[in-house]
Design a protein around this ligand. Structure first.
Ligand code: IMP
Length: 445
């Protein structure tokens, strides 16, 4: 979808989020002067491990750990000012200095405490049909933006208007909370005090992102665009309505930053060697047995943001192929390959069978239909040797290499990076295409 010059790169989740984008962005940030996060809010949770330290990031781009990297948060994001300030304080507490290298688009939408309360109340009202949101107010904030009554980040630099407009909006939300959901209203005075305190901290960080990126490009800087969540959680192309409320696709990177799509560069899709999902919604390859439990334990599949256990299942090549197409993924990073170590058989869904026996090879738009499909599973031999920590493809067991080759055949794109453990070093680069060459340059492999 982007240009073929891999100086800039888009990193996009190819499944239902939690694919390990944080590790990849952290790794690649070493070769990019600029990292831009383009969608979502503090529903995301990236875990980055560095020098035996573990950083949980929710809003700030994962590039922040690298002292030379300049980070931007694009206009397609939703920002809870309190959450952002808390994250900055945590980073500062870890000794990460970011004063002149972290900026926020004035056009990003703001999340207020009443958005979180509405998120919870609406989910409660949906009962068993609930989406299983992170409860961070993401949907209600995007909804206010679409209804053209939301607040945007430029107001953080205008305290008087911020107070008036935030009070008006929160009063309206409180009426909805009380009258429609019989829920407790949010204390507006307290919320305004917190908002004003956060605004004072964040106002100096507001900068229009597009002109900044143009300036960087003119200076020859490489840009990494970091997507949150994943294609299957995209508002339009995911398993709607069991999705997030933002656009997770690479095209959103251009619109979020106000730059031409031709500036984006190749798209690196991030997928796990199996699949996980948090929250509700269809999941054709989900395992409800001991193998599912084993993947959850071995992969430490518990949410970074909410701590919820993740649902686990076999690699779904139908959903993955669909993601490759709709997101224009050029190459893949396959994460957590080591979690499959020691399984006798590894299975992959190659098609879906409908209740009437028909076989389909793509993801239908209707979630009720997706709920009814049964995956057509292909058995591949597992491997007994350890993948964990392997950095040279030749050291992989032949069955593990065969697994990678089969995924490439099924998806039609190369697997250029394989993650064999949580640390930066536990990474293997494959192939000799332009993305592989660029990755090797960055990682020094
Ligand atoms: P929301 O984004 O909080 O509205 O949640 C909507 C759906 O997206 C729920 O199923 C969440 O579990 C899921 N979701 C949102 N953010 C993430 C993420 O970063 N990783 C995985 N799932 C997510």
């Amino acid at each position: 979808m982007g240009s073929t010059d891999p100086r800039s790169l888009v990193v996009v989740g190819g499944q239902w989020g939690d694919e390990g984008k944080g590790k990849v962005v952290d790794l690649l940030a070493a070769g990019h002067r600029v990292v831009v996060r383009y969608n979502g809010g503090h529903n995301a949770g990236h875990t980055v491990r560095f020098a035996d330290r573990r950083f949980a990031l929710h809003l700030v781009p994962s590039g922040i750990i690298h002292p030379e990297t300049v980070c931007y948060m694009g206009s397609g994001m939703v920002i809870d000012p309190r959450a952002l300030v808390a994250e900055l304080d945590r980073l500062a507490g870890e000794g990460i200095e970011f004063d002149d290298r972290l900026f926020l688009s004035p056009r990003a939408a703001l999340i207020l405490p009443t958005h979180g309360a509405l998120d919870g109340a609406r989910e409660g009202a949906l009962g068993s049909q609930k989406i299983g949101t992170t409860g961070r107010g993401i949907g209600p904030a995007y909804q206010d933006q679409a209804q053209r009554r939301g607040l945007r980040a430029y107001l953080l630099a205008e305290p008087d208007r911020l107070r008036v407009e935030a009070e008006r909006l929160m009063d309206g939300h409180n009426r909805e909370l009380v009258e429609m959901f019989a829920a407790d209203p949010v204390d507006v005075d307290h919320a305004l005090q917190e908002l004003e305190a956060a605004a004072r901290r964040l106002a100096p960080r507001i900068r229009e992102v597009g002109p900044e990126l143009e300036r960087h490009l003119e200076a020859g800087d490489d840009i990494l665009f970091e997507g949150a969540q994943g294609v299957m959680l995209d508002l339009v192309w995911g398993t709607y309505p069991f999705v997030t409320s933002s656009s997770c696709l690479p095209a959103a990177a251009a619109s979020s930053c106000g730059v031409s799509p031709t500036l984006l560069g190749p798209v690196l899709g991030i997928m796990k060697a199996y699949v996980t999902r948090v929250g509700g919604g269809p999941f054709p390859t989900e395992l409800h047995d001991a193998t599912g439990d084993r993947l959850r334990e071995a992969g430490a599949e518990f949410g970074t943001t909410t701590g919820r256990p993740r649902r686990c299942g076999w690699f779904d090549a139908v959903a993955a192929r669909y993601a490759v197409k709709v997101a224009g993924i050029d190459a893949l990073a396959l994460m957590k390959m080591d979690v499959l170590d020691g399984l006798d058989t590894v299975r992959v869904a190659t098609a879906y069978r409908l209740p009437d026996g028909r076989v389909i090879d793509t993801v239908p738009p209707d979630p009720e239909q997706i709920e009814t499909v049964r995956p057509v599973l292909e058995d591949l031999p597992g491997w007994s040797g350890r993948t964990e920590g392997v950095t040279d493809e030749r050291e992989l067991a032949p069955q593990a290499r065969a697994y990678l080759t089969r995924l490439e055949e099924l998806l039609g794109v190369p697997v250029v990076l394989v993650s064999t453990g949580p640390r930066r070093e536990e990474t293997l680069i494959r192939g000799d295409g332009p993305v592989s060459v660029r990755l090797r340059e960055i990682v020094g492999a």
